[in-house]
Design a protein around this ligand. Structure first.
Ligand SMILES: O=C(O)c1ccccc1N[C@@H]1O[C@H](COP(=O)(O)O)[C@@H](O)[C@H]1O
Length: 213
């Protein structure tokens, strides 16, 4: 069954109060803050906490971590207090189970969707992650590269967990991605930027419009 409501939209990699305000004003349901030093969208924990406060109750705020240590994860959770922790590295189900005991936040796990076997292997997160986020397979960086995965891999997949798609989505292709996959949530970062790490308000508006928000 394809969803009939407009998909949820997460605008990820926000780094400034202006971009947080704009994403909320334009109708995003979720925003993402990246705490991962190699990323061009990295924000330190103090900034992440300020942006999280600024967002208030208007959207769900995801904090994105990549293979963070236990100490960093604990610090990040207590400083930022996100609604969601998005794990975008090779975090195991065992580690996610540990984190679930530390926080009331939802746990999302990004999966690099390479082939049909990936869909079988990811079942190990069933009952542990609250949502699976399908993204392009990791390359030099684990995400935020504007690379798409093969959407047809999801065509007849019977989802057993809440899920969404990410990777190379843009205002121009997101409607087709939703039509092909039936995604209930779409997540975008580089596709709504004018330069790496610089969000473009017109592109955010165009993306949300294309999704029907
Ligand atoms: O945004 C980043 O720099 C980033 C770094 C490391 C892991 C994930 C990252 N971003 C997330 O990757 C997907 C896809 O991004 P894009 O739209 O293709 O640029 C999305 O969830 C980003 O939030």
């Amino acid at each position: 069954m394809r969803p009939t409501m407009s998909p949820l939209v997460k605008i990820c990699g926000l780094t400034t109060p202006e971009s947080v305000d704009a994403a909320i004003r334009l109708g995003a349901t979720h925003i993402g803050l990246v705490h991962y030093e190699p990323s061009q969208r990295h924000v330190d924990l103090r900034t992440a906490a300020e942006l999280r406060k600024r967002a208030g109750p208007h959207v769900k705020v995801a904090l994105l971590l990549v293979n963070a240590s236990q100490q960093l994860t604990g610090e990040a959770l207590s400083m930022v207090r996100p609604d969601i922790v998005q794990f975008h590295g090779s975090e195991t189900p065992e580690w996610l189970t540990v984190v679930k005991r530390l926080t009331p936040a939802e746990i999302w796990k990004a999966i690099g969707l390479k082939d049909a076997e990936t869909l079988t292997r990811m079942q190990k997160y069933h009952g542990i992650a609250h949502r699976i986020l399908f993204d392009a397979p990791a390359a030099a960086l684990p995400g935020g590269t504007g690379t798409r995965f093969d959407w047809s891999l999801l065509k007849n997949h019977r989802h057993t967990m809440d899920w969404g798609i990410a990777g190379g989505l843009t205002p121009a292709n997101v409607a087709q991605a939703i039509a092909e996959t039936g995604a209930p949530l779409v997540d975008v970062s580089s596709g709504v930027e004018s330069a790496p790490g610089v969000k473009d308000m017109d592109k955010i508006a165009a993306f949300l419009k294309a999704v029907g928000r």
